[in-house]
Write a protein that binds this ligand. Sequence first.
Ligand code: IMP
Length: 416
Amino acid sequence: MAKNVILGAQWGDEGKGKHGDVISRDADYMVRSQGGANAGRTLMIDGEQIIMHLLPVGIVRPNVINLVGPYVLMDPEVLKEELLIAKKCGAKVILDDSAPVVLPIHKQIDRGREKLAGKSAIGTTQRGIGPAYEDFWSRRFVKLGDLATKKSFEKALLEREYYQEKVAQTKFLGEYFLCYEKLLKWGEDFYGLFNSFFGDTRAIVARAIAEDKNVLFEGAQGVMLDCLHGARPYCTSSFCTLGAISSSFGVYDFDRVIGIAKAYVTRVGAGPFPTKLDNKIGERIRSAGAEYGATTGRPRDCGWLDLFALKFACRMGGITELHIAKLDVLSCLKEIKVCVAYRGVDKYSSLTTEVLENAKPVYKIFPVWKEDISVVRDYDKLPGEAKDYLSFLEKFLKIKISAIGVGPDRKQIIYR
Ligand code: IMP
């Protein structure tokens, strides 16, 4: 039995899809704990690409029961599509009926705010995440269970003037709003659709742990996008650390907390990015790594691996081991840099917006290997330059690297 966790250790898009898939091969349960359809996880299985936003990537494995917990924002439009993929895969899925629902109004507010903000926009995924979590924290929201029938949906919308207040907000932001009748019509696509998937995911996790099952919790986004530890406002609106899992399921001790980090850094949306490469090298990494958003299609900014930020993320995230993803992408370069410090910044400093905006990275330079490492499956067969690079990371971070990704396919991985 095991209670394991996968967490993004950078600014999201670390390769949690592919690495989550390989880690889930022994899991009985895979449990999504936070975020919403802003997440994009890409799997490549025998040349076929699958992109998931809400359901755990465990849906592609018949041995895994997939749970979506009470702190996940349920987007009915995305759920409907992904449940069809899950059905094709023959997957078992249980959705927590107490989880908050993202309504069209939340997406309108998200879009309206970004438009009004102009140059200071956050660059959100426009999936309604911030506005829907606001409602969750103010305890005024529609639960997934409320979509059971038209009657229960209407009751939830009208309770304590919830709908009326949302309309006032969208009007203020100059957004077109769905009139009440249209909102009920939107709901028609979903009434009753999810009922057979409803379950009490907290109870299921508790029973699974009591019965010594192998439970794998799947984080979304990354610690550097956490709503508390990320650079506000350039972060997401959920906790992206172990905290989200502990609060959701009452689990406080874990066997392995596996952080996923790319061998370089990418970031989408606005906000400070100390090691960003605004030049040909950044473009080369973007092209070699196919760095385009899985949710929005936006080109991702690319930069050198930031070990100073990664160390902070491992500490705040509770990460106990790392997978390094996409090492093969660095083969396209002549030399590699890694950031080991921000000049003058204390090594235990919080990485606030101000610290990141003023950061002056100190780099260490490494040579690049000449061999094609995407075909390597055995750590000892990696070129010396690649092994030196990885062992420097381990020493600096004081964390074991337990696997290395060398290509998009689930088979392109080196275990240690
Ligand atoms: P939101 O979560 O849509 O509100 O977006 C807030 C910030 O988090 C933006 O910079 C997004 O680009 C970023 N973000 C949210 N989800 C992800 C993700 O899964 N991967 C990478 N960035 C994300």
